[in-house]
Design a protein around this ligand. Structure first.
Ligand SMILES: Nc1ncnc2c1ncn2[C@@H]1O[C@H](COP(=O)(O)OP(=O)(O)OP(=O)(O)O)[C@@H](O)[C@H]1O
Ligand SMILES: [Mg+2]
Length: 238
């Protein structure tokens, strides 16, 4: 059984390559070390590999070469059970939301808490509070398929953060909302980060990157560079 190491990087990539089938490598020779409690933006032009990198960190796909370690464990040697235990400690906001469309917003957000065995009374309190915060208070019982894109996005965010994951991976989580809500959602991620969650936010939103000064993982030409907090990101890289 795998142990969780509480020291050292929480996610570590060494000479990692990602490819689909027999296609060319989307990302090559990626080295990256994310410290516990860190906060990073992830940028790069459409097709640069942001979603591919996040889905590897979420253990959805394995690297085609190199080493990926998470919570101090090399995932190449992890079995299905261990991978699913690791995944439970990662909150993820998918670019296409991946909500359960036929149940309510409330039930989507409650799901991770129900899996963890929390009482319904406590679940009701926590879920309603968070949905109010992301401004979904009127439509909590609405069937998810009837919500707008921006509402679904906020439900997906609430589901990802409700159980205070060790890692939050969010793929363009503010792509469907206006600037005011985008800033508010960013504040939610900042709060979560202050509680200890390691955060990676993929975004094309230059305003957010400039307003919230965190380092930026930039993907370009199959490679990765880190732009330190507060430094200008070149337009070409967003
Ligand atoms: N399932 C897949 N099968 C084959 N190729 C894929 C698959 N998913 C992504 N790709 C390819 O990998 C490359 C990177 O795609 P990815 O979705 O990671 O980019 P992205 O940076 O997230 O782009 P966007 O900003 O448009 O979301 C693209 O060339 C894409 O065509
Ligand atoms: Mg993407």
């Amino acid at each position: 059984m795998f142990e969780t190491q509480e020291t050292g990087p929480i996610i570590e990539l060494e000479k990692v390559g990602i490819r689909y089938g027999r296609g060319p490598e989307v990302l090559s020779n990626i080295d990256l070390s994310l410290q516990r409690g860190s906060f990073h933006f992830l940028t790069g032009k459409s097709g640069a590999g942001k979603t591919s990198l996040l889905s590897m960190m979420y253990l959805w796909q394995k690297p085609s070469r190199g080493r990926l370690s998470i919570f101090g464990n090399n995932v190449n040697f992890a079995n299905r059970n261990s991978l699913s235990l690791f995944r439970r400690r990662i909150g993820v906001v998918f670019q296409d939301f991946r909500l359960l469309e036929h149940v309510s917003a409330f039930d989507n957000v409650a799901l991770p808490l129900r899996v963890s065995g929390m009482s319904e009374k406590e679940i009701r309190k926590r879920v309603n509070e968070l949905l109010k915060w992301v401004e979904i208070d009127r439509s909590t019982s609405a069937i998810t398929s009837t919500l707008s894109g921006g509402e679904k996005q906020r439900v997906a965010i609430a589901r990802a953060v409700i159980n205070r994951p060790d890692i939050l991976l969010a793929d363009e989580p503010t792509g469907n909302v206006d600037n005011g809500i985008a800033t508010k959602l960013m504040k939610l991620f900042v709060e979560l980060n202050k509680l200890g969650t390691t955060v990676v936010i993929a975004t094309h939103n230059e305003n957010l990157i400039n307003e919230f000064k965190y380092p930026c993982i930039c993907l370009k030409n199959h490679n990765l560079t880190i732009v330190p907090a507060g430094e200008k990101i070149h337009d070409m890289e967003i």
